[in-house]
Design a protein. Structure first.
Length: 316
């Protein structure tokens, strides 16, 4: 609630430039949180999340253009398709007992295949993608006011955070984490690996597909680049910086890094590549020093200080 209220206050005082930056920062945060469900808590290191994003964006856009179906409804079709693909990948992984690296490389290859298919298909708009007609119609998910898009992605991020907070403290969440930490021990305790992985892979993918619909409606275009491996790397990287397997890590990581990238690009605009070099050095330092991410490091420091205070109280 505090996060949501702070976001609303920010949207009231920010200009369009900062609203645009924070819309993309929240969009990345939303994708990181949805990926973290299966990637952080479940330990399924997958690069396929951008494909789910693309499925959501392309499905809702095609249904809107060819059938006149509102993206508010078309997005559910994209979510279902993304969930089915995620279940198929999870089933293949379970049946073949693939090593984690092999599964990661397979999902990475899927992003390459997706881009080739999208670029070569005339029906899907080819390399240029699908352009949506601009307008200001709430019923068709189109607005001229950036504030409205900010409120939508803020609300979506907060709702997913509520779900992840509950999930991380539930018995189901503990089971999925147990599978991540030790699959054999979890199987001996009677945890159904296929059911758990398939269910939460589907949830993660379906929620990610909404991110694709939002992206298409915000920019009024959806193109093959949204399915690229670069987006998968950014999602994983931002989540790792914030803290994988935590509730707030996937939010704080992208919020900080997207703003930092924009700042460095503006600050070093006259020196080609220097902004990216500084950005890369910061990432390396953070990951080497903090290891498990900012949130995990902060939580450990807080627990350490709390234990110290308790020890002092006992001595007194």
């Amino acid at each position: 609630m505090v996060f949501f209220v702070c976001g609303i206050i920010f949207s009231m005082v920010a200009d369009n430039y900062w609203l645009d930056i924070m819309v993309f920062a929240l969009w990345y945060a939303y994708l990181c949180v949805t990926w973290n469900i299966i990637g952080g808590f479940g330990g399924q290191f997958t690069f396929a999340h951008p494909v789910f994003v693309a499925i959501g964006g392309y499905t809702s856009s095609l249904l809107f253009i060819h059938l006149g179906l509102s993206p508010w409804l078309g997005m559910f079709a994209g979510m279902v398709l993304a969930a089915l693909l995620a279940i198929l990948l999870g089933w293949i992984n379970y049946r073949r007992r693939l090593p984690h690296l092999t599964y990661a490389l397979i999902t990475l290859a899927i992003t390459f295949v997706a881009i080739i298919v999208l670029r070569s298909s005339h029906f899907l708009g080819g390399s240029e993608g699908i352009f949506l007609p601009r307008g200001n119609d709430p019923l068709t998910f189109r607005f001229f006011n950036k504030q409205v898009y900010f409120w939508i992605i803020l609300a979506a991020t907060c709702l997913v955070l509520v779900f992840v907070t509950w999930f991380s403290r539930s018995m189901t969440g503990f089971k999925l984490t147990a599978l991540r930490d030790n699959e054999d021990a979890a199987a001996m305790l009677g945890i159904d690996q296929l059911k758990m992985v398939a269910t939460y892979s589907a949830i993660s993918a379906a929620l990610g597909a909404f991110g694709g619909t939002f992206y298409a409606q915000y920019l009024f275009v959806i193109d093959p680049t949204v399915a690229g491996s670069h987006l998968a790397v950014e999602i994983i990287l931002f989540t790792a910086i914030g803290g994988m397997g935590t509730v707030w890590g996937p939010v704080l990581g992208p919020l900080a890094m997207v703003v930092l990238i924009r700042y460095l690009n503006a600050e070093f605009v006259n020196i080609s590549g220097l902004g990216q070099v500084v950005y890369g050095v910061i990432i390396i330092v953070v990951l080497v020093v903090l290891k498990d991410g900012v949130v995990s490091w902060g939580g450990k420091r807080l627990a350490h200080q709390t234990s110290k205070l308790k020890m002092r109280e006992k001595r007194q």
